[in-house]
Design a binder for this molecule. Structure first.
Ligand SMILES: NC(=O)c1ccc[n+]([C@@H]2O[C@H](COP(=O)([O-])OP(=O)(O)OC[C@H]3O[C@@H](n4cnc5c(N)ncnc54)[C@H](OP(=O)(O)O)[C@@H]3O)[C@@H](O)[C@H]2O)c1
Length: 217
């Protein structure tokens, strides 16, 4: 696939690198505060990757990863231009400016609000329940039989199939959690995972206890 990265920070930078190394046809890193950073990411990710603008990342993309702070969503969408028909896989959580809480919740979700902002695009919510620190480790052990599971949700079956492929390429076992409105539950869950990963005594490994619990370990 041709994958456009909208937001090349901790999540976008790592996932873009992983998609390029997984053998995708093209990965375009876009949207950072400096062009130099985008170019370094592209160099490190390999020959399939390049750096460009959000509009260029979106133009030919089969899938777009949206990985920006909630406060930057409108800006990056504006720069990306016409997203009609595009598959947008969002890991962006609707956090407040201080990153202390969700600004949308209970009866709506960031993913659903995003879908309203780009009604002609096809939005899938994925990758937000995993701390960026574990992404390379999961990718490097992608051949193991018991992969960690990763939930995704969306309303369009073709775009969900594409998201599931990207999730699998990153080394996870994709778990279809249902329609996009399920993001109302996965987004607060993502905060719980982050709380445990960043603030718990055990660090990111704690996030995996949820996977293990389900398998009775
Ligand atoms: N990090 C995690 O573990 C994690 C896990 C789950 C979900 N999420 C969600 O994923 C989304 C992205 O998180 P992240 O940790 O990857 O954030 P991040 O590292 O801050 O990445 C955001 C990207 O946006 C760019 N950016 C910010 N302001 C900009 C501006 N004014 N102009 C151009 N580019 C700008 C940043 O540029 P620079 O690179 O130059 O800073 C960076 O590349 C967030 O919604 C977060 O809630 C994150």
């Amino acid at each position: 696939m041709r994958v456009g990265i909208l937001g090349s920070g901790l999540m976008g930078g790592k996932l873009g690198t992983i998609f390029a190394r997984a053998g995708h046809h093209e990965v375009v890193f876009s949207y950072a505060r400096g062009q130099e950073k985008l170019e370094r990411l592209a160099r490190d990710a390999g020959p399939q990757a390049r750096a460009s603008t959000p509009a260029e990342a979106a133009r030919e993309a089969d899938a777009l990863l949206l990985a920006v702070h909630w406060s930057r969503v409108d800006d990056v969408l504006h720069r990306a231009g016409d997203l009609s028909g595009k598959v947008i896989v969002t890991c962006s959580l609707p956090m407040n400016a201080q990153d202390t809480g969700l600004v949308i919740g209970h009866t709506a979700s960031g993913a659903e609000e995003l879908a309203k902002k780009v009604p002609k695009a096809r939005v899938v919510c994925a990758f937000n329940t995993v701390p960026s620190e574990v992404l390379f480790g999961v990718f490097e052990s992608r051949d193991r039989a018991d992969k960690p599971s990763l939930v995704y949700c969306g309303d369009d079956s073709d775009s969900k199939r594409i998201a599931a492929e990207l999730i699998r390429d990153a080394g996870f076992d994709p778990v279809d959690a249902g329609p996009l409105r399920i993001a109302r539950y996965t987004e607060p869950f993502a905060l719980l995972v982050a709380q445990l990963a960043y603030e718990g005594a055990g660090g990111p490994e704690l996030a995996y206890r949820f996977e293990w619990l389900g398998k009775g370990r």
